[in-house]
Design a protein around this ligand. Structure first.
Ligand code: HEC
Length: 112
């Protein structure tokens, strides 16, 4: 197999990238909270400010640390992979904020 060394190199490169990103500095709850407050709670709250969504869509409320923790996996998936949230990016979320929320989950979804 002539391509074996190339394949091996690619494999190690991928592994190194995964280890590098997952060993990043943990994102604090305060940092994640600030982003969720800015971009999500206008809809995902017990009392949404959004007139369009007077009731939290799908029952997803992100008012408390425990709720953020409970929804951590779906927050990460919808914001960084599927990019379906924020809905039509109505709250103007930046790529930096998406990445920060993703890293908050990757580094353990810490809450106080
Ligand atoms: C403008 C209103 C609005 C904003 C802002 C918003 N969402 Fe949503 N969200 C919705 C609606 C509407 C649904 C239901 C979509 C559906 O029925 O498929 C939803 C569904 C969800 C769901 C459940 C469905 C799933 O994909 O798991 C999650 C989790 C979620 N949103 C997370 C977030 C996060 C995190 C943010 C902030 C980054 C956010 N949303 C911002 C309106 C919003």
């Amino acid at each position: 197999m002539r391509s074996a060394p190339l394949f091996t190199a690619a494999l190690w490169g991928t592994l190194a990238a995964v280890v590098f990103t997952s060993c990043g500095k943990p994102v604090s709850y305060a940092e994640a909270r600030a982003v969720v407050d800015r971009r999500c709670v206008e809809c995902h709250s017990a009392h949404p400010a959004s007139r369009a969504f007077p009731i939290a869509p799908k029952g997803v409320m992100l008012d408390t640390a425990a709720q953020m923790k409970q929804w951590a996996r779906r927050i990460q998936a919808s914001v960084t992979v599927e990019r379906t949230m924020p809905l039509a990016n109505m709250s103007g979320m930046t790529d930096e904020e998406r990445s920060l929320l993703g890293r908050w989950v990757d580094t353990g979804a810490r809450i106080p």
